[in-house]
Design a protein around this ligand. Structure first.
Ligand SMILES: [Zn+2]
Length: 269
């Protein structure tokens, strides 16, 4: 169902799930409702649908109009097949879902990236949907909430993907010039061209605990520079101590925190 904002499904998972961090097996009811490991506190990466369920008031999400837009074709081998597989696996048209919704009755436009779709990578469609988010925010005079989860620019789209870094920033600047209010929630992982463009550009920057946020990955830096990086390198907590984030917010408190910020900074609907 290409080109739609159909909601994603939970990736195939059994009743019992092993924690990627500590290896303990827990029943899905133990992971619920926040998808946090009961043994070690590890945060599972959420699908866009799970994130929506956790953050927005039930029944309030209305997808933004579809864009007449397809992924850029660069002749990258097997790209079309990979896209089709990602669409089938996630039930999403692309790696982001955009719409208008209410968060504890605070109306906003919201974009949620999904790392289960080709690692949430930024391509032509994702970039244009982020631009749409800011354009609609301006038109409807609503604040923008953007939840990032991405490995960076999508290499299969080459320059078309990299161009989205500047296009999204231009859309954000236009939104700012009209007095728009925005909040980004950085989740694991937020990397590469996404970090280097729109992810760290918002009035308020929140992150989930232990989220990896950075540009180049740890292994790339360690191998290139022949250095040993500290354990907390590129973690949300480290970025907070460097003044690059406003707060690290536990998942269970995120909705209430967003609603409070929207009440303070957003225009009431
Ligand atoms: Zn665990």
């Amino acid at each position: 169902m290409k080109g739609s904002d159909r909601m994603g499904h939970m990736p195939a998972a059994g009743t019992w799930q092993a924690c990627p961090q500590c290896g303990e097996h827990h029943h899905r009811l133990e992971w619920a409702p926040w998808q946090i490991c009961p043994s070690c506190g590890y945060y599972q990466r959420l699908t866009a649908q799970q994130r929506l369920t956790q953050l927005v008031d039930q029944g309030t999400f209305q997808p933004l109009p579809d864009l007449a837009m397809t992924a850029a074709t660069t002749g990258f081998p097997d790209y079309a097949a990979k896209l089709a597989t990602a669409q089938t696996k996630t039930g999403l048209a692309e790696a982001i879902v955009v719409g208008q919704a209410a968060i504890d009755q605070q109306v906003c436009v919201i974009g949620i990236m999904d790392s289960h779709f080709m690692m949430g990578s930024l391509n032509q469609v994702v970039g244009q949907k982020i631009c749409q988010l800011f354009e609609v925010g301006s038109q409807r005079q609503l604040p923008v909430v953007l939840v990032t989860a991405s490995g960076g620019a999508r290499m299969q789209e080459g320059l078309a993907a990299l161009t989205q870094m500047s296009l999204t920033l231009a859309a954000k600047s236009a939104f700012d010039a009209q007095g728009g209010f925005s909040i980004n929630v950085l989740t694991d992982p937020t990397m590469g061209g996404v970090t280097a463009s729109f992810a760290l550009q918002a009035d308020i920057l929140l992150a989930e605990p232990a989220a990896t946020i950075g540009f180049a990955g740890r292994r790339v830096i360690e191998q290139t520079d022949q250095v040993q990086l500290p354990a907390d390198f590129q973690s949300a907590e480290q970025l907070l101590t460097r003044g690059m984030l406003d707060a690290v917010v536990p998942r269970a408190q995120l909705k209430a925190q967003l609603a409070q910020l929207l009440r303070l900074g957003g225009k009431s609907a």
